[in-house]
Structure formats: C-alpha cells, structure tokens
Design a protein around this ligand. Structure first.
Ligand code: GDP
Ligand code: IMO
Ligand code: MG
Length: 430
C-alpha cells in the first residue's frame, strides 16, 4: 500500500533492546534509504531471517537489501576498527556493502576512548554507569568539547600525524586515570588497514540525503538504544551520551525537521535494562528468570544478563511524549505464552502519594513504587506462528488495547518471535 509517510523514525521506547533491529529491518523492506543517526557500536541489533541471525552494531539494519542505501549518519560515533570487523563479517556472509555510505562528519571513537571509558568507570567505584566500555561517553565528550576527530580526519592524508598528536594528548589523560599508555606504533597499522576498507564509503551525507529526498525516496531512521538512555530525557546519569530520541534523527542526519513525518515506538511487552540505574518495575523472582531464559535476555554485545521488569506505562507515556510516536510495535508478546499473569504499571506511589509521571530526581525514582494492574495471560497458547491480529487470544488483545488507550497510540505491528516471518502487521504505515 502506498503511504504518504516519506520520513519515518524507529525509536526505542524503553531502555534499549526492544527489538529495533527486527522492526527496522522489516520497515527497511519498504524504504529506499535507512539511516542510523546516533550512538555507535554500543548498539546490538538482532536481525533474523531465513534461519540466519545477524548482530549489527554500527551498520543500519537495511544492509541486507542490496538495493537500499544504508547511511551511517553524522550523529554517530564510529570506531573504525570495530566497523571494519563488522564489514568483514557481512562481506564474508556474501553481502557486497556497495550500499553502505558513511558520513564524513561522524565522530571517531578511537582506542583511547575505549581505554578512558573503562578507566572512568573504575574511578566511579560503586557509582559506575555500567557502560558497554566501547568508548561512547569519551568520544561524545570530545565532540561536545569540540576536540574529537571526525571521519574526514580519518580520510585526511595527514591522518597519521593527526592520530599521533591526539594520542600523545590522550595518553596524558590515560596516565592521569592510572591506565597504560597506548602505543602509536602498535595501533597505527590497524587503523590504516581499516581506512582502506572504509574510505570508499565515506561521503558528505547531507547533500547526499537531500538529493535522495528530492528524488522522492522513502527514508527510514533507525534509532539505537532507548529513550530512557537518552542524554536529556533518560535516567541521567545512567544513560548513554547521545540524543536517542526521535529528534536526534534530525540533528544526527541533517534531514531537516520538515522532512520527517512520523515515528514508531518500539515497545517490548515487558521491560529490560542492561547496566546500572533506577528501574521502577524491576522484579527478581523466578518469573524474571523464566522470562530471561525464554527470551534470551542477555546483552548482544556484552553478554550481560538483562534486568527484567513489567511494562511501565508511566515511563512509556513519558517516552511517547518526548518522541511523539503515534504508532507502536509491540515486541516479544510470545513470551507471555509461558506466564499465567501479566502486570502493567499504571502509576507510581511516591512517599505515600500516587503520581502518574516520572520524577526527575534519581532518589525519587529509586523510592517510587509501581502500582500495577494485573492481566490474565494466555499461558499454553502458542502465538508464535500467527500472522493475523484477529487470531490472537482475547487476553493478548485486551493487553494491547489497554496499552493503546493509555498511550493514545495505535499498535500497528505485533512481534511474536525473533524471525522476520513471526510478525503480525495490523496496519501498513510506511
Ligand atoms: P535491539 O537492540 O532493539 O535491536 O534489540 P536486540 O536485538 O538487542 O534484542 C532483542 C532480542 O529479542 C533479540 O534477541 C531478538 O532476536 C529477540 N526478539 C525480537 N523480537 C522478538 C519477539 O517478538 N519474540 C521473541 N521471542 N524474541 C524477539
Ligand atoms: P541497543 O541499540 C541496551 C546502556 C549500557 C549502559 C548505558 C551507557 O542494542 O538497544 P554506553 O556504552 O552507551 O556509554 O553505556 O547505556 N546501553 C544499552 N543498553 N541496549 C543498547 O543498545 C545500549 N547501548 C548502551 O548498558 O547502561
Ligand atoms: Mg540491542
């Protein structure tokens, strides 16, 4: 079905790992161009089709369609060594990567950023963030400080000198934090090798994107992480360092506000979180362990067990507001086939008072207690092979309708398994 949406943002509505990779890959089949707009290889996006499974870290989830252009936007931080590794993985799986374009304005995430990430976390002692240790915070810090290297520096004929000077400066900081200096001689060869692979893909992407837009191409923006990890709107300081929210698609790609028409929030049917920080609906009993095992809730990148909680509509309402999504994709609903009841948080109790908003203060977030509504589940009913909304059990439909009414959105996609085929499309929006 032809639709008027030409610029659609896919955004994580919780703490990441909602299933953005799966949905971005599905929606990419309807797009001409797919753009990652923030974050770096801290992301781990799973894409599963034809019994194959891929874990993308920096490359957009549309890369498997050779006729669709995949852009790594200016808002990203890119580790050239890890990108080269990811490219090699895809090349050896038979993909040409002729459809991969990288912004010359993207920030570089370098060896010293990774080192400093680990050292700074260690220095925080019991207040550590639980980062992926991929150098994300340090590279965005340098960007805000206006001192980071960018992709155009990587391509510069003088890159070796630029890197040498930067490393000298960073080694002082590494020593200050008690770390071991990084050797230029031991690292430069790997960068030069990665440069050979990456350089042909680098472009000035603002004019590139706008030329495509003028050709009436449909553009999909693939967010990484989740809104509660957003630098402005997340559970600060337990967040990542980028603008995860849908607005980040504009500054992270150069598309311009007027050319983005809509946004779809990716919502896991319950909640997970990796890393530290407040999590009002977290629970620890055997049900949490069951969910973790059934859904393999372990980090794609770091393999850490994900923390488990019930769906939090107070948090989701906030996320819906800051992103403005009118549509939602409800993920991992099949997991409820193993549970007899499902809980949904509808408000919080804070110091004896009921509230329906997320408090700013971390102390208050830690003190807030969830107030739940309990739903009967559809235990024993296998929904993982369904592809029509009408065929879902009544309990599933009631759960979906409750979420829709609370958030005033329409759930247009329901995911009932990790594979592309295990997807119920209720309404085509793109
Ligand atoms: P992303 O970071 O948002 O792309 O999500 P991840 O790939 O990190 O985590 C989502 C996990 O859930 C992956 O292992 C997916 O294969 C899996 N997944 C996605 N959708 C579904 C679903 O509907 N049901 C089940 N059981 N697993 C799913
Ligand atoms: P995708 O795109 C889940 C978390 C880390 C940590 C915090 C800061 O797969 O959903 P960072 O390394 O970014 O400085 O870590 O953010 N985090 C994620 N959690 N999914 C992700 O990405 C994440 N990327 C970062 O665990 O709590
Ligand atoms: Mg992930």
């Amino acid at each position: 079905m032809e639709n008027s949406i030409k610029g659609l943002v896919v955004v994580g509505s919780q703490w990441g790992d909602e299933g953005k990779g799966k949905i971005a890959n599905y929606l990419a089949s309807k797009a001409d161009v797919i753009v990652r707009y923030q974050g770096g290889d801290n992301a781990g996006h799973t894409v599963k089709f034809n019994n194959k499974e891929f874990h993308l870290r920096s490359i957009p989830s549309g890369i498997f369609y050779e006729d669709k252009i995949n852009i790594m936007g200016n808002g990203m931080v890119i580790n050239p060594l890890s990108l080269a590794k990811e490219m090699h993985e895809l090349l050896s799986a038979g993909y040409t990567l002729n459809n991969l374009v990288i912004s010359s304005r993207a920030t570089l995430d370098m060896s010293y950023d990774l080192e400093l990430d680990g050292l700074k976390e260690a220095k925080l002692k019991d207040k550590f963030i639980g980062t992926t240790k991929k150098g994300i915070g340090p590279s965005y810090t340098d960007k805000a400080e206006r001192s980071s290297l960018r992709m155009c520096d990587f391509l510069d004929d003088d890159f070796e000198i630029i890197y040498k000077n930067k490393l000298e400066e960073k080694n002082q900081l590494i020593e200050f934090y008690g770390g071991n200096k990084i050797s230029y001689e031991e690292t430069i060869a790997d960068y030069l090798k990665a440069k050979e692979l990456i350089a042909p893909h680098v472009k000035e992407t603002v004019s590139f994107i706008h030329n495509l837009r003028e050709e009436n191409k449909k553009i999909l923006f693939e967010g990484a992480q989740g809104t509660m990890l957003d630098i402005d709107f997340g559970t600060f300081p337990y967040v990542t360092s980028s603008s995860v929210n849908a607005g980040g698609a504009i500054s992270g790609s150069g598309i311009g506000l007027g050319y983005v028409n809509d946004c779809i929030g990716i919502i896991k049917a319950y909640t997970t979180r990796v890393g530290e920080g407040p999590f009002v609906t977290e629970f620890f009993d055997e049900k949490a362990n069951l969910i973790r095992e059934i859904a393999h809730e372990y980090g794609v990148n770091t393999h850490r067990p994900r923390r488990i909680g019930w769906l939090d509509l107070v948090q989701l309402k906030y996320s819906q507001s800051v992103n403005g999504f009118k549509y939602g994709a409800l993920m991992l609903l099949d997991v409820f086939s193993f549970l007899d009841e499902i809980k949904v948080c509808v408000s919080y109790e804070l110091d004896g008072k009921e509230i329906d908003f997320l408090p700013t203060s971390l102390k208050e977030q830690y003190r807030a207690k969830p107030i739940y509504k309990t739903f009967k589940s559809f235990k024993g009913v296998d929904i993982s092979k369904l592809n029509r909304y009408e065929d879902l059990p009544i309990e599933a439909k009631e759960y979906i309708q409750f979420i829709e009414n609370y958030l005033k959105i329409k759930i247009v996609i329901i995911s009932v398994g990790p594979s592309k085929e295990q997807t119920i499309i209720r309404e085509e929006i793109f």
